[in-house]
Design a protein around this ligand. Structure first.
Ligand code: BV8
Ligand code: ZN
Length: 248
């Protein structure tokens, strides 16, 4: 793949890399995206399942949906795109992954600086006493469980629509975006806010913006470079180039 000169210059001289990811980075691991073809939201309304009201109206349905998604996450593994992102850390001083995903695959692929804007499906907490639990605590529980400590309701530790992002995580991601020399936007339709502001901030502060997606999106017209293709194929190719220039 022949990259444009400005991208090559940035790759060769950058210090701070920010990689902003969405469901598309996990598609090649077999995890459905939300809005793409066959996406999760096509079959049901996000408000019904990924909202506090939806959970309070039908806790068992929402709990079951998350158990189903946890099962898929449990049975899958990171793909070459996740591993390529983890490999960036070998060649740059500071690499930050800011993800909208809740599937924990960046951590499992070895990335060491992952900001989870929308939480993590492998954690639960009690809405009454705020005690946290892992997935192993409720492995085969099909109905929304009650807290063993206070009998309160237990929910997945993910950010639902209408809920604010985890305290401080968004602010930290914004600060990293301001410092970034290159901001990769990988596998996201960039329609969910405030997460989608992160690449906007990176651009405002002078980062070179590279979008990796199988199709054009709402933000394609505002990026510096749009690479159309699968993240699991394009990212390893970029790493191969970086290795040539910056490998030890
Ligand atoms: C909040 C977690 C207020 C749970 C999710 C402006 C400012 C602030 C808020 C808003 C605003 N405008 C609207 C809002 C409200 C709302 C919002 O953004 N709505 C949108 C839909 C219009 N935002 C909120 O409610 C947020 N909260 O603002 O609260 C507040 C403030 C203070 C105090 C109190 C309250 C919370 C939003 C978080 C919602 N949670 N999920 C769960 O996962 O179950 S959203 C969900 O969408 C996922 O997290 C997902 O990550 C996220 C974004 O989707 P994508 O990752 O982009 O996935 P998608 O399927 O859309 O796209 C996949 C892409 O990959 C496609 O482009 C496809 O082409 C591409 N692709 C596919 N295969 C590949 C590929 N690319 C590369 N390679 C491949 N192989
Ligand atoms: Zn409790």
């Amino acid at each position: 793949m022949n990259y444009p000169e400005p991208f090559i210059n940035r790759l060769q001289n950058a210090d701070n890399i920010l990689i902003f990811t969405g469901a598309g980075i996990s598609a090649e691991s077999g995890i459905d995206t939300f809005r793409g073809k066959g996406g999760l939201w096509n079959k049901m309304k996000p408000e019904e399942l990924a909202s506090f009201d939806g959970f309070m109206k039908n806790p068992n349905l929402v709990w079951e949906w998350y158990q189903y998604r946890r099962q898929i996450v449990h049975e899958t593994s990171p793909n070459s795109g996740h591993y390529a992102i983890a490999e960036f850390e070998k060649y740059y001083n500071s690499v930050s992954v800011v993800t909208q995903n809740v599937d924990n695959l960046h951590n499992r692929a070895g990335s060491t600086n992952v900001l989870e804007l929308h939480g993590n499906i492998e954690r639960n907490f009690c809405i009454d006493c705020n005690t946290f639990f892992g997935v192993e605590d409720f492995q085969s529980v099909s109905e929304a469980p009650k807290c063993p400590k206070c009998s309160g309701m237990i929910r997945p530790d993910v950010v639902w629509f209408g809920e604010s992002l985890p305290q401080g995580v968004f602010e930290k991601a914004e600060a990293l975006a301001r410092e970034s020399d290159i901001c990769f936007i990988v596998g996201t339709s960039a329609v969910v806010y405030p997460a989608a502001y992160i690449p906007v901030t990176a651009k405002e502060f002078g980062a070179y913006i590279v979008e990796i997606n199988v199709e054009q999106t709402e933000i394609t017209r505002s990026v510096d470079l749009s690479l159309i293709g699968k993240a699991g194929e394009l990212l390893p190719e970029i790493i191969k180039k970086i290795k040539e220039w910056r490998g030890s």
